[in-house]
Write a new protein. Structure first.
Length: 390
């Protein structure tokens, strides 16, 4: 089967700049390259970092790149934004779609897979002659989504990353017969046996320290503010250290945002107990998790799935998290402390940290159960079900 994949129009594939969606695309493309399931063409933004990437040599996965950053491309985007009003997305995203569709229309594809941009479906002609599938990673299609019913009617299938996301789509049309769930996956072995080696000393940590790790984008929704407030509750416990692994927007940090400035201010009294690593390439994440004792991942929004939770389980880390969105589909009380979101969340995080620090046998049991549960989220299972579902 010939398949066209429309990526999000922000980050490149292969995922040289990170991104959960882009990394998940890489997994099923890697599987397809090995098993030769389909002939796939991927439409992605251009990035110099993809030059020479091994994935580009595939004979079944073909990469088409859209220039978004050259002076000429920026001018064309600007003109597009001036001419096209009433857009569904930001003009830059819609310019990406226009350029990708122009190339896509030169060939026939049996299936068009839209990665996490449901509004793209509205821009595809009804007589295109291709099955239209959305792979939905976020809560972007629900009863409050603009033109949500039109999007639902336009597509043939919606692949959701969790039952939580599936339930949100059903709020558009409760007699749903288009949705299915394919749970995300990761490279379990990479997190069990990291290929990159780091030590605590590399990050100013000691062997005696009790190290907490927060991994993911440093944005309000991920609960990092609450983690730092919890560290202030623990400031007398000098051996408790926090390693914050992540940046505000993947590899493009840019200027310091107001939220980052707020975090720095909140961290001031416990600055000797906190290490900010900034954005790190995905291949380094398993090694960084390996030097921690506990993962603290208290999302304060309805997390669609909780990929960082699966990574922590595979790395053998007990987890402190929240009980919302798709998180209960990834972790259980056997391997995670699951907290309610309320005004006392930082205090409850601090209490959970102390409890796990003082009970190594509890950590060991959670570690065992987490590793066992992580088997449900193997990348091979995920990739196989994704490709079979198209």
């Amino acid at each position: 089967m010939r398949i066209a994949i429309l990526t999000s129009g922000i980050l490149p594939v292969p995922a040289v700049k990170g991104g959960a969606v882009e990394s998940l695309i890489d997994l099923y493309l890697e599987y397809n390259n090995r098993e030769k399931c389909h002939d796939i063409t991927i439409f992605s933004v251009l990035d110099k970092a993809v030059e020479g990437h091994p994935a580009l040599s595939s004979d079944v996965n073909h990469y088409e790149y859209i220039d978004m950053d050259s002076p000429w491309a920026k001018f064309r985007k600007w003109i597009y934004g001036k001419v096209h009003k009433g857009r569904y997305y930001h003009y830059s995203i819609e310019y990406f779609f226009q350029e990708a569709y122009r190339r896509m229309s030169e060939n026939h594809y049996d299936t068009i897979l839209i990665e996490n941009r449901p509004g793209f479906a509205l821009k595809l002609p009804h007589d295109i002659g291709s099955k239209v599938v959305i792979h939905l990673h976020n809560d972007f299609l629900n009863a409050n989504t603009p033109l949500g019913k039109d999007i639902y009617k336009r597509v043939d299938k919606i692949i959701c990353i969790s039952e939580y996301i599936r339930s949100r789509v059903r709020s558009v049309y409760d007699a749903d017969n288009k949705c299915m769930t394919v749970l995300n996956g990761i490279d379990l072995e990479a997190f069990r046996q990291p290929k990159v080696t780091v030590s605590r000393e590399d990050y100013g940590l000691n062997t005696e320290d009790f190290v907490l790790v927060f991994s993911g984008r440093v944005i309000p929704e991920k609960g990092i503010r609450e983690v730092i407030l919890a560290m202030n509750e623990l400031k007398e416990q000098k051996s408790i250290k926090l390693m914050i692994v992540g940046g505000s927007f993947y590899g493009n940090e840019g200027r310091i945002s107001p939220f980052i400035k707020e975090l720095i201010k909140l961290s001031w009294d416990v600055r000797s107990q906190i290490v900010f690593t900034g954005f790190r390439p995905y291949e380094e994440i398993p090694a960084l998790l390996s030097i921690a004792d506990v993962a603290v991942l208290p999302s304060i929004w309805d997390e669609p799935f909780g990929l960082t939770h699966v990574e922590a389980m595979a790395a053998g880390l007990p987890i402190i998290t929240t009980n919302n969105g798709g998180i209960p589909e990834t972790v259980t009380p056997d391997c995670a402390v699951m907290l309610d979101i309320d005004e006392l969340l930082p205090q409850h995080i601090a209490e959970a940290v102390i409890d796990l620090k003082e009970h190594p046998e509890k950590r060991k049991a959670m570690q065992k159960m987490g590793r066992e549960r992580s088997e449900l989220f193997d990348k091979e299972r995920y990739a196989r079900y994704m490709l079979v579902s198209l």
